[in-house]
Design a protein around this ligand. Structure first.
Ligand code: HEM
Length: 377
């Protein structure tokens, strides 16, 4: 249909790989921030509590605020941090797979999504941020409900669900920041507080930023990684011979992960607005027009990845599953580590793993979510 397809509700869908990259990396393209939202007439959507709350977070900031916050975080998952986290993730995966094995032994099958994929990301991020494990279930529930507001065209009822979750998240993460401020330690959140106390004299403003960072990093990391883990396993199990092939060649585990990210990216779409009149793929896009970067369509652009609908571990293709440019995902290294660890152990311990039925998905467009993947061995 072309690189740029007019959306029925206004603006454009950007489907070509190069055009998507141009939007993600180009200086004239901005994320739809508060200032842009204020100029919109659809106040139900843009002025909804859940939308407004997300608008204060990293993903909805433009320079200079965005640059300042990114700079304060640095490289969240540098080599040293990843090395320190790896043994914990190994042990965690081993424990989760014990549980999977037990369920399969007792019931003949188990839900990989519920037992493993949903648990690993919250265990990992929870440990990293030093959050009490008894809070994990509550955080998962709030996250599942919050992301509705980030859908392409959220309905009234989705916005209401999202608003309730947003208020709970606000209470929870503000409480967490207060607790760290009162009892600082050598944990990540206390470190952010120290960094921002040195940058800002206004304590209230600092705590608001720490809340936004902590809340956003947590929700950005959970559904995305969980979906990658399930869809990675499903992609292998559905294509005959792939499980055995990879078991015999574990050196290609990373290639399988990249191909799963390309083939089935956990986030399907992200929006930008034109900061000035801009020509994109030969079309004049007027200032303030919203365009939707379609990650999945871009990854399946045959000009970039020939025969795109074939899952090919050895393809060495390109993908933009983690976005690109100034907002490139800060957790890509961690998500890859979790996927690598899980797949390595699964292949070793479950040589005859098979899917009982295809996965079930939440009825969503932006945050793809696998709600169930029943497996047996
Ligand atoms: C498979 C798992 C993941 C996928 C597919 C994913 C994907 C993305 C995408 C598409 C973006 C937007 C990039 C853009 O606007 O150009 C993003 C941003 C972000 N991600 Fe991830 N993500 C994943 C895991 C994680 C994890 C584990 C963390 C943290 C622990 C994380 C933290 C973030 C943050 C903080 C941003 C905002 C960056 C910014 O706006 O400057 N993500 N991610």
């Amino acid at each position: 249909m072309g690189d740029l397809v007019p959306a029925p509700w206004g603006g454009y869908l950007v489907t070509g790989y190069d055009a998507c990259n141009q939007v993600l990396r180009g200086r004239t393209w901005l994320v739809p921030d508060f200032a842009w939202q204020e100029r919109q007439t659809d106040s139900e959507r843009w002025h909804a509590v859940a939308t407004q709350e997300m608008s204060g977070t990293l993903s909805r900031l433009n320079a200079p605020d965005h640059t300042r916050q990114r700079h304060s975080l640095g490289n969240l998952f540098d080599r040293q941090t990843i090395q320190a986290m790896a043994p914990h993730i190994e042990a965690d995966v081993a424990g989760l797979l014990d549980r999977l094995a037990e369920r399969i032994r007792v019931d003949g099958e188990a839900d990989l999504a519920a037992v493993v994929s949903e648990r690993l990301p919250i265990n990992t991020v929870g440990r990293w941020l030093d959050i009490a494990p008894e809070d994990y279930a509550h955080i998962l529930e709030m996250t599942h409900n919050q992301v509705h507001a980030q859908e392409l065209l959220p309905t009234k009822s989705q916005l209401a669900i999202s608003e309730a979750a947003t208020l709970q998240l606000r209470r929870y993460f503000n409480g967490l920041v207060r607790e760290r401020r009162d009892n600082p330690g050598d944990d990540v959140i206390s470190g952010w507080i120290r960094t921002w106390d040195a940058l800002e004299s206004d304590r209230e403003a600092t705590d608001r930023i720490i809340y936004q960072l902590t809340m956003f990093v947590t929700i950005a990391s959970l559904e995305t990684t969980a979906t990658l883990l399930s869809s990675l396993v499903w992609s292998l199990l559905r294509s005959p011979g792939s499980w055995d092939w990879l078991r015999a060649r574990p050196e290609h585990i990373d290639d399988a992960i990249e191909e799963a990210l390309r083939y089935d990216p956990p986030i399907r779409l992200n929006s930008r607005v034109a900061g000035a009149d801009t020509v994109l793929s030969g079309v004049l896009v007027p200032k303030d027009t919203m365009v939707h970067v379609m990650y999945g369509a871009a990854n399946h652009d045959p000009r970039r990845n020939p025969d795109p609908h074939t899952f090919d571990i050895l393809r060495k293709g390109s993908h933009i599953a983690f976005g690109g440019g100034a907002h490139y995902c800060l957790g890509a290294g961690l998500a890859r580590l979790e996927a690598r660890t899980l797949l390595g152990q699964l292949l070793e311990r479950f040589p005859t793993l098979r899917a009982v039925s295809p996965p079930e998905y939440a009825p969503r467009m932006v945050f793809h979510r696998v709600t169930s993947l029943r497996v047996a061995a």
